[in-house]
Design a protein around this ligand. Structure first.
Ligand code: PMP
Length: 448
């Protein structure tokens, strides 16, 4: 590897970074992470901190998960690549489809379609939703519904159902026929409703109204995150997802849960669907499927999809990726699933999630800069920062950056996304790691 001077000189110069302006990367070069172990990361200058971002919501089992590393190494030695396009497959992908059907069986899932990541999984689900209706003779069902503040990746379809202007405006025109419903976001919503249950009802009423306005027969699917993640960790009231499912069922609209973050234990349940007791038609998964060690994803398919596609001899899937079912990704995923189950990560995710949520609420009593703390379902927590609690005026970027940098120096990497400080640490976080994180945050807010 090149020396540290070379890395620092070239940092932010020759690489365009996701979700960042090239000028900003140039002027404020990103932290160079060079090592990781357990739940901590180390930067080029030798600082070691708790990674409260968990990679990017994906390193659920931490950075030292040996069985996954071994599985990847072994698969590279045995069969580093073979495609699953028509006529061939590979043994790891077959085994993984079996294991995933078992794992997501309680969610009503029966089949898997493999992808290279979250955006691919979303795109796959949207495309298969349209094809599903065509196969059933309802070719007028082409539109998509989703939630404002939702994040569904960055392909054109995903961006079109995204509910945040930052990922849309510069790329318009997007896919036509995508409509957005208010999110069940108690802290800020167009109804000024602070009661989560009442807000859930208002949002599903808005969904019903939109369906009536568009015409149910024109809508292919509703896609939503069981808990909105990148939009600022927004957990709905428990009545929300079952009401959405009921409406979709009544109108013949497929329900896709975007579980790129929520699948595999993050919420303290094995999936977001299971957390809310619903059975969607498709689940888009990725991220923690391989613990972040290999780019991979899986769309899980329920009974309606199976009946439509497998009941029609002409239902050819005109969709797929070179890396669909990549044997190294599949081997990594198999090892991950085995570890995820062996460690029963949902238990620790729930316990540490409660500790962090309560700890962040305690910080709210101490610092006016904290306007709202959201979480309470596993290791997904957000702190929304404001410059004025009464008016809820969002924090300015400089102050948010001071909180971020001071927290880092005090021992924890957190993610700042707009006014939100997002915590999504590995699910193997210990009580002591969580305390380190909370005291680093305390230092961060004290500096603002
Ligand atoms: N859907 C959701 C809910 C996500 O959180 C993400 C990534 N943060 C994606 C889709 C896109 O995944 P990827 O970045 O792997 O393409």
């Amino acid at each position: 590897m090149k020396d540290s001077n070379f890395l620092k000189e070239n940092n932010g110069r020759l690489m365009w970074h996701p979700m960042t302006s090239p000028k900003d990367s140039h002027d404020n070069p990103p932290k160079i992470i060079t090592g990781a172990s357990g739940v901590s990361i180390t930067d080029l200058d030798g600082h070691t901190v708790v990674d409260a971002v968990g990679g990017l919501w994906n390193v659920n089992l931490g950075y030292s998960c040996q069985p996954v590393k071994d599985a990847i190494a072994h698969q590279l030695d045995t069969l580093p690549y073979y495609s699953t396009f028509r006529g061939t497959t590979n043994d790891a992908a077959i085994e993984l489809s079996y294991e995933l059907a078992q794992f997501f069986g309680p969610d009503g899932m029966q089949r898997a379609f493999f992808t290279s990541g979250g955006s691919d999984s979303v795109e796959t689900a949207l495309r298969l939703a349209r094809q599903y209706h065509k196969l059933r003779g309802e070719s007028g069902r082409t539109k998509f519904l989703s939630l404002k503040k939702g994040y569904h990746g960055t392909h054109i379809g995903g961006a079109s159902v995204n509910g945040n202007a930052n990922f849309r405006t510069a790329y318009e025109p997007l896919l036509s026929g995508c409509f957005h419903i208010p999110a069940p976001y108690t802290y800020r919503n167009p109804f000024n409703e602070t009661d989560p249950e009442k807000l859930a009802q208002l949002c599903v009423q808005a969904l019903e109204d939109e369906i009536a306005f568009q015409g149910a027969g024109t809508i292919a699917a509703m896609i939503m995150e069981p808990i909105l993640g990148a939009g600022g960790v927004i957990p709905p009231h428990k009545s929300f997802a079952p009401m959405v499912q009921d409406i979709c069922n009544r109108h013949g609209i497929l329900l896709i849960t975007d579980e790129v973050i929520t699948a595999y234990g993050r919420t303290g349940a094995w999936s977001g669907a299971r957390l809310w007791g619903i059975q969607p038609d498709m689940m888009a998964t990725a991220k923690a499927i391989t613990n972040g060690y290999f780019p991979f994803g899986a769309v899980m398919l329920g009974g309606r999809m199976v009946d439509a596609f497998e009941g029609d001899p002409n239902a050819k899937i005109g969709h797929g990726y070179t890396y669909s079912g990549h044997p190294v990704g599949a081997a990594a995923a198999l090892a991950c699933l085995a570890e995820t189950k062996r460690l029963n990560v949902i238990e620790n995710a729930a316990a540490r999630g409660t500790q962090l949520f309560e700890g962040c609420k305690a910080l709210m009593d101490k610092y006016d800069i904290i306007g709202d703390v959201r979480g309470g379902h596993g290791l997904m927590t957000a702190i929304e920062m404001v410059s004025d609690r009464a008016t809820k005026k969002p924090i300015d970027a400089n102050t948010a950056n001071t909180v971020f940098e001071t927290t880092y120096t005090a021992g924890a990497m957190v993610r700042v996304s707009g006014p939100n400080l997002i915590l999504s640490p590995p699910l193997v976080l210990t009580e002591q790691d969580a305390n380190t994180l909370l005291s680093a945050l305390d230092a961060g807010f004290a500096a603002a």
